[in-house]
Design a protein around this ligand. Structure first.
Ligand code: NAD
Ligand code: UDP
Length: 327
């Protein structure tokens, strides 16, 4: 039986990855310090004999007994609000956490895939973004802690590949969404749906002309599965190229939720990328992958999830006014 360590297992993507690898017959070791994750995302797995969970901070020495075939390193705060609230932890998990996991992969002779991000392209000057683009990042801006941690993560991963011959995979994730996103992480989808469900106005930042391209979680997980099992060690973009402005997206949410909320405008956060769209030619060519779930279907499934949360959960004070963290 193949054994895999998944860090960030209690988070949004990590928990879906645990489900996928359990379903594929793997023995899954989930690891998380719960700083932005929640055990409720994986509690259904606790009774599975092929799943175990370590409550551990990966910036500290990581010990896992027994053999390991694969490591998926997904631990990291992932939303602009989270990394504004916990900037030092964000830097540490990308740098020290990644170093620890690369060391573990080396000892175990395991293949490691690291979760990088479209943020390595910063506020991109080319469009759509190809893997060859070096990016346009403000190192000392509010996003610098995340962007530079991820850029360092890619660099040290490539160094372990070249210097130690480690089997490495580098995944550049573009905005991915779906059930189990946290209601108060400030990312645009939980933010807008939460606001619609609470009867609040939708907060569009700037004039809403900035674009994003949203990928449904099942498509992302399939891309990760294929990249892990490929023999390609250079970075690969995984995302859905269907691009939309944030203002048009807010209007779509109002239609989807059937509410008559207004759109209100708030200042654009510093260094908010103006355009983001993945070029996925590499994923198509090397992995035979492309997204299958359109935004209408993906958003319907995501809305179902948020609607199923209890009214007490939805009304929690901490979910409101997340914008106060933004500078
Ligand atoms: P998330 O916040 O839901 O999950 C991250 C998980 O990592 C949480 O459970 C958190 O508790 C855990 N974690 C953080 N620091 C840790 C530490 N030091 N030790 C152990 N666990 C720690 O976020 P997500 O959206 O699931 O993102 C997962 C990964 O994917 C991150 O590395 C993120 O940078 C990357 N990513 C996600 C997206 C996206 O659109 N969802 C886009 C680009 C990159
Ligand atoms: N955004 C917005 N209103 C919100 C939350 C986010 O207009 O309440 C915008 C944000 O400024 C950005 C886009 O939506 O332009 C996507 O933001 P998110 O935090 O989801 O991800 P990222 O900026 O990292 O792509």
């Amino acid at each position: 039986m193949k054994r895999i360590l998944i860090t960030g297992a209690a988070g949004f993507l990590g928990s879906h990855l645990c489900d996928r690898f359990i379903a594929e017959g793997y023995y899954v070791i989930g690891m998380d310090n719960l700083i932005t994750g929640d055990l409720k995302n994986i509690e259904h797995l606790f009774k599975d004999k092929n799943f175990e969970f370590y409550h551990h901070d990966v910036t500290k020495f990581v010990h896992v007994p027994g053999k390991l075939d694969y490591i998926l390193h997904f631990a990291s705060p992932a939303s602009p609000i989270d990394y504004l609230k916990i900037p030092i932890q964000t830097l540490k998990v990308g740098a020290m956490g990644t170093h620890n996991l690369l060391g573990l992969a080396r000892v175990k002779k395991a293949r490691i895939l690291i979760a990088s991000t479209s943020e390595v392209y910063g506020d991109p000057l080319i469009h759509p973004q190809t893997e060859e683009y070096y990016g346009n990042v403000n190192t000392i801006g509010p996003r610098g802690v995340y962007d530079e941690a991820k850029r360092y993560q890619e660099a040290i991963t490539m160094a372990y590949h070249t210097f130690h011959g480690l089997e490495t995979r580098i995944l550049r994730i573009f905005n991915t969404y779906g059930p189990r996103m946290r209601l108060n992480d400030g990312r645009v989808i939980p933010a807008f749906i939460g606001q619609a469900l609470r009867g609040e106005d939708l907060t569009v930042f700037g004039d809403g002309s900035q674009t994003r391209s949203f990928c449904y979680v099942d498509d992302q997980v399939e891309g990760i599965w294929r990249l892990l099992h490929s023999d390609y060690h250079f970075p690969v973009n995984i995302g859905n190229p269907d691009e939309i402005t944030i203002k048009d997206f807010a209007e779509e949410i109002i239609k989807l939720t059937g509410t008559d909320q207004k759109i209100i405008y708030k200042p654009l956060p510093k260094d908010d990328p103006m355009q983001r769209q993945p070029n996925i030619d590499k994923a198509k060519e090397i992995l035979g992958w492309e997204p299958k779930v359109g935004r209408a279907e993906g958003m319907r499934l995501t809305y179902e999830y948020f609607k199923s949360l209890s009214p007490e959960e939805l009304a929690k004070e901490e979910h409101k006014d997340f914008t106060k963290f933004i500078n």
